[in-house]
Design a protein around this ligand. Structure first.
Ligand SMILES: Cc1cc2nc3c(=O)[nH]c(=O)nc-3n(C[C@H](O)[C@H](O)[C@H](O)COP(=O)(O)O)c2cc1C
Length: 354
């Protein structure tokens, strides 16, 4: 969960580049009631953060995606379900009637895409997210060094680590076997997760280009986000294609190492297309102050990945709720300390580059 691609330079910069900006406060402003609510992808949300799609959440806690979706509903925000999740579109629809987004990749099989779109519509998902930064899998060397496999296996290399976590081990051994719940039926020959993963990898299509995205947007016919934008060129292209929101993201540093941190490219993308599309910054958010900086530089909201996954690993649904609560409190406190009473009023004057 905490690892990334190759030398993890991008992973480090995602957080560190927030430190290139400082917050400039204004005082003697009435901040008795601060407003954190906003509208993203057609959904009214209580906090300016959305929960990012993360695959296979049951690796971290046996309650997995279901726990995260329930916590998102309580916090009053959008839960994004990954197509690589260990819970199905329908299971999550049954758990929360809160705003939900389903995330897809660029699959080879249009029939599968159509089925995903129909299932997400039937399940009441409010938005669709296309992740574009995975024409091939990133080189996650930490996973190789650690002997990480899917599903996890208890081996000599990790036995001490595993034994130190008896609660995790107990649930791992006694819960139903993990599977990629949304694709398992399509991998007809697949009896276990290994085969489903191989099948899924064979379905990624590195030849997909913008006209295919145009087709997806028309098929979905609702709020549509494109995730993985890092350049002004792609931002312009995504807007022309008809995206509702751009998620400025490098996949949490897990794909192209040495790509820029989202916070560093946000100002130029905001200047180019910020008045024509919703911008969501994704990557490196660990503190409320990070959220305030992103919104001041032109983002409408942010997405968080590891910040809630750490909570999930530590304490299931209660852990995620606690993580979301801490972040919310930090955003509120930071707003009060800079003298701004609504996230919608955040603008460039509150941040300065060091
Ligand atoms: C364990 C893990 C699994 C992820 N799985 C997916 C996924 O299935 N689909 C996707 O679009 N992004 C995936 N991501 C990327 C996240 O959606 C998000 O971009 C990233 O976590 C943001 O960075 P942060 O963790 O610093 O907040 C994953 C990230 C992590 C850490």
């Amino acid at each position: 969960m905490d690892g990334a691609a190759e030398d993890e330079i991008t992973l480090y910069r995602n957080q560190d580049d927030f430190n290139r900006y400082e917050l400039i406060p204004r005082f003697l402003v009435d901040v008795k009631d601060v407003d954190l609510s906003t509208t993203v992808l057609g959904a009214d949300i209580d906090v300016p953060f959305v929960l990012a799609p993360t695959g296979m959440s049951r690796l971290y806690h046996h309650t997995g995606e279901a726990a995260v979706a329930a916590a998102a509903k309580k916090a009053g925000t959008i839960y994004s379900l990954s197509s690589m999740a260990t819970a199905s579109i329908e299971e999550i629809a049954g758990i929360t009637d809160g705003p939900k987004m389903f995330q897809i990749y660029v699959w080879r099989d249009r029939e599968l895409l159509k089925q995903f779109i129909n299932r997400a519509k039937a399940g009441g998902y409010s938005a669709l997210c296309l992740t574009v930064d995975l024409p091939t899998a990133g080189n996650r060397e930490r996973d190789l060094r650690n002997g990480f496999t899917v599903p996890p296996e208890i081996r000599l290399a990790n036995i001490i680590d595993t034994l130190k976590r008896p609660d995790w081990l107990w649930h791992f051994l006694t819960s139903p076997r993990m599977s990629l719940a949304n694709v398992r039926d399509h991998a007809t020959a697949a009896k276990n997760l290994f085969n489903v993963i191989d099948y899924t990898a064979s379905q990624f299509d590195p030849s997909v280009t913008w006209p295919d995205v145009d087709w997806m947007i028309r098929e979905w016919d609702g709020p549509f986000a494109i995730k993985g934008i890092l350049s002004v060129d792609d931002a312009r292209r995504a807007v022309e294609t008809g995206a509702t929101a751009l998620i400025i993201s490098n996949h949490g540093g897990r794909q192209l190492d040495q790509s820029p941190a989202p916070i560093s490219v946000l100002p130029e993308i905001a200047a180019a297309v910020g008045d024509r599309v919703e911008l969501i910054l994704d990557g490196g958010i660990r503190r409320g102050a990070d959220v305030v900086k992103a919104l001041s530089l032109g983002a409408r909201a942010v997405m968080i990945g590891r910040a809630y996954l750490f909570g999930l690993g530590a304490g299931g649904q209660a852990g995620v709720e606690r993580a979301l609560q801490l972040l919310t409190e930090e955003i509120r406190r930071t707003l009060m300390l800079i003298g701004c009473k609504s996230i919608k009023e955040l603008e460039g004057k509150y941040v300065r580059k060091r």
